[in-house]
Design a protein around this ligand. Structure first.
Ligand SMILES: [Zn+2]
Ligand SMILES: [Zn+2]
Length: 398
């Protein structure tokens, strides 16, 4: 396809901090696994691009909706020294946007639709994993694509979806056609843009956390989009009680709307005492740590595990944090408890399962609280640096 398109582009200066050494997959001046060590003076520009052409294994997607993620905010946000907040894989300039949905407009001859096991015809509603795992490194070959050693990430080091078209490998594309059963066209694409963050939550609590048995009690700490999605998934999985711990009322309200039964505000009440009270002294089978504040939340989690009467509690570490977790091994030993790390959203049948959950009634679209145009994306990303009153801001293509 000929023509031009505009893309919301993150631009920054390559100025490594003293002592920084290029890693094995880093590319001088272009890409690093340690973003906050290298990139300085981030700015958002709307740049013009040629419409890309798909190769034999690839598809060309017309973007219909794309959510703004906290990592978009942290890539565009700098500390006083000018370095970006986002610590991970980044290659700039890059078009942002990785929580998206769209339709197939062109496909290479070897690009197949996994849902039908046939070549794409064009017109299919789709979303994509954000993680472009390679499929041939040892973690990929062992079945752990979330730990790929040759990872590319859409909207981080390859061009993302805050634009009109993007080309992606067919292997990470998932059909959203099942959503046509219960969504109008516009809502389908909003729902589709929420598949990716919902898969992060699913991977954490079901795949890594091992899931729950119907009747289990769960506690989600942190009511960002991933924490809220976990409330919806665990309620659907049969939790008898979903407790959201969150300091911001609007986020707690969203969690309550999508699946949580009770809200604990740890600024206003003692987290552990309130959880023990709500569970009548039982505590919880599963905790999800989605705040990124380990030094703040683990003393409360530890107290619930220690004083609650539930054995085998699991704590799933979902948010990223540099600080260490203050937890006594004794508590894990005596209470048969475990702490499990989770990252990513790929593999294990997660994407198609989340899409089927949505197609059968797990409605995440209330999370999209604000709709914006392409031109409005930069100002909204900047506003999110200080104002987190919107749950999810979604770019809707014209
Ligand atoms: Zn994201
Ligand atoms: Zn790999």
């Amino acid at each position: 396809m000929n023509g031009k398109m505009q893309g919301v582009t993150l631009v920054a200066d390559w100025e490594p901090k003293p002592g920084f050494k290029l890693g094995s997959k880093d590319i001088e001046g272009r890409q690093t696994y340690l973003g906050s060590q290298v990139w300085r003076n981030p700015r958002l520009e709307i740049r013009t691009y040629d419409i890309p052409t798909p190769g034999p294994e690839e598809v060309l997607i017309e973007v219909k909706a794309c959510g703004v993620c906290g990592s978009d905010v942290h890539m565009a946000q700098a500390g006083e020294d000018g370095y970006i907040f986002y610590p991970g894989l980044t290659g700039f300039p890059s078009i942002l946007g990785h929580e998206f949905s769209g339709v197939i407009v062109d496909a290479g001859k070897n690009a197949r639709d996994k849902r039908t096991n046939k070549p794409f015809k064009g017109g299919e509603a789709v979303t994509s994993e954000e993680m472009l795992w390679c499929g041939s490194c040892k973690p990929c070959a062992d079945g752990y694509p979330n730990h790929c050693e040759q990872l590319d990430e859409i909207g981080f080091n390859v061009n993302g979806a805050d634009t009109k078209y993007l080309v992606l490998p067919a292997r990470t594309i998932w059909s959203l056609e099942p959503l046509r059963k219960n969504y109008s066209d516009a809502d389908l694409f909003v729902a589709g843009s929420l598949v990716e963050p919902t898969c992060v939550a699913y991977n954490a609590v079901i795949e890594r956390g091992g899931g729950i048995r119907p009747g289990d009690r769960v506690v989600i700490l942190g009511g960002g989009p991933v924490g809220i999605a976990a409330c919806a998934i665990l309620k659907r999985a049969g939790a008898s009680m979903v407790i959201i711990s969150e300091t911001q009322q609007n986020r707690a309200d969203m969690a309550l709307r999508l699946g949580a039964d009770y809200h604990v505000n740890p600024l206003k009440e003692d987290f552990a005492e309130r959880v023990l009270e709500l569970t009548e002294g039982m505590g919880a089978d599963l905790f999800m740590e989605a705040t990124g504040l380990p030094e703040v939340v683990y003393p409360g989690i530890e107290k619930v595990i220690w004083e609650g009467r539930t054995l085998n509690s699991k704590v799933v570490v979902t948010a990223r944090a540099e600080a260490k977790m203050p937890v006594a091994g004794e508590v894990l030993q005596v209470r048969r408890a475990s702490i499990i790390g989770a990252q990513g959203h790929s593999g294990h049948g997660t994407f198609p399962r989340v899409i089927e959950c949505m197609a059968s009634g797990m409605d995440m679209t209330p999370m999209s609280t604000k709709k914006v145009t392409l031109a409005e994306i930069p100002e909204n990303i900047l506003q999110l640096q200080t104002d987190r009153s919107e749950c999810k801001i979604t770019y809707i293509a014209p």
